[in-house]
Design a protein around this ligand. Sequence first.
Ligand code: FES
Length: 204
Amino acid sequence: MSVRRLVPGLGPDSFEFTPENQEWAQKQIAKYPAGRQQSAVIPLLDQAQRQMDGWLPEAAVRYVADYLDMPYIRVYEVATFYTMFNLKPVGKVHVQVCGTTPCWLRGAEDLKEVCRRKMGVDKDQGPSEDGTYSWTEMECLGACVNAPMIQVDDETYEDLTVERFEALLDELAKDKSAPKTGPQIDRQFSAPAGGPTVLKKGDA
Ligand code: FES
């Protein structure tokens, strides 16, 4: 895991939620008891990141701090601690490759090599030349049983091979909503590949 810092001077000088996001933020804050509005810091940072096309400039971090009446340093700590927050611009398709042991044992290094080859940038180096892709490495994303896997936005793509991953990147670049999500082989969720192996109907 590398040191994560905001890049001084990068991004707009100011940031403000859109009216729709202001309304959304008020609803999130209302979920918490009076005096506990700061508990909404992660959802608000996440929404700011979505509004900024996938990354959080310093202006957005300060805006969320002011919005929740928190010291800047407290929000800065959250934004730099959680790897779900991107501290510099990302490509249209930002790929999070899980590199933790189960995925590593099942081919994560090959997926990382595909990223380097296809995007022309290394992890955390920002968008590819045409702005289409960027990638980073994550710790376990919670789908180890279907390793190796990646995440893009809110979706995961699992049971990947080099060939399937290369094709998936092309599909995501054309239309992020098009590719099948979850397992990329013939299995239901995390059920055994090839169908049930125990307690089959009719078994003695
Ligand atoms: S190790 Fe990759 S999802 Fe858990």
